[in-house]
Design a protein. Sequence first.
Length: 216
Amino acid sequence: HNRSLYSTGAYFLAKFTAELPLLILCPVISCSISYWMIGLNASASRFFTHMGVLIVLYLCSFALGIVIVGLWPDPAVAFSLAPLIWVILMMFAGFYISQTSIPPYFSWIQKINYVSYGLRALIVNEFKDIVLDTKEPTLFPNGNAVVSYFGYHVETRIWPDVLVELAFFFFLIICGFSMLWFAANKKRGERQMQAPRPQDLLPLDSTPVQKIVASI
């Protein structure tokens, strides 16, 4: 790609296609192990829904990483800022701070945070309409109480949140590709400006040629 043997689009598509199986395999393995170890809802439909939401979250995080590298090409800077950005996303996703406790002037962060949509889908998928086995009075008599505790509506549907996550993924992928395309074109233009002209590669001195012709 650096030698302009193929286009930026072909490079980006090949790299994404090569990493896509791993991006899907990691959450599948992680979910298959942790889901049953934690003891989450044993329903098959909820298990596969949980896995699907995690896969989309992985894809969004991958796309966000491409954007971060596009904004800060220096690996040291990118690796330093990525954890900070992830902490901000997690802080305003609604897990550490409930949706109702987030100050209004920070509510916009939650609206542009793909993690918040994934977390809501996971919580609703796990606790909606389930009966908790509680023998004593508790703060959460049923699953709907847990959903309400996080500030979500019990009537919330999962798939609209998944579609929003997919929209975030495609948006971040397009942004990442655009940054790569502009950076590649800029570097290609710089190489063309620095490349020597053909007439400068082999300077022609006509004097020796004239002497050889005259001696024949």
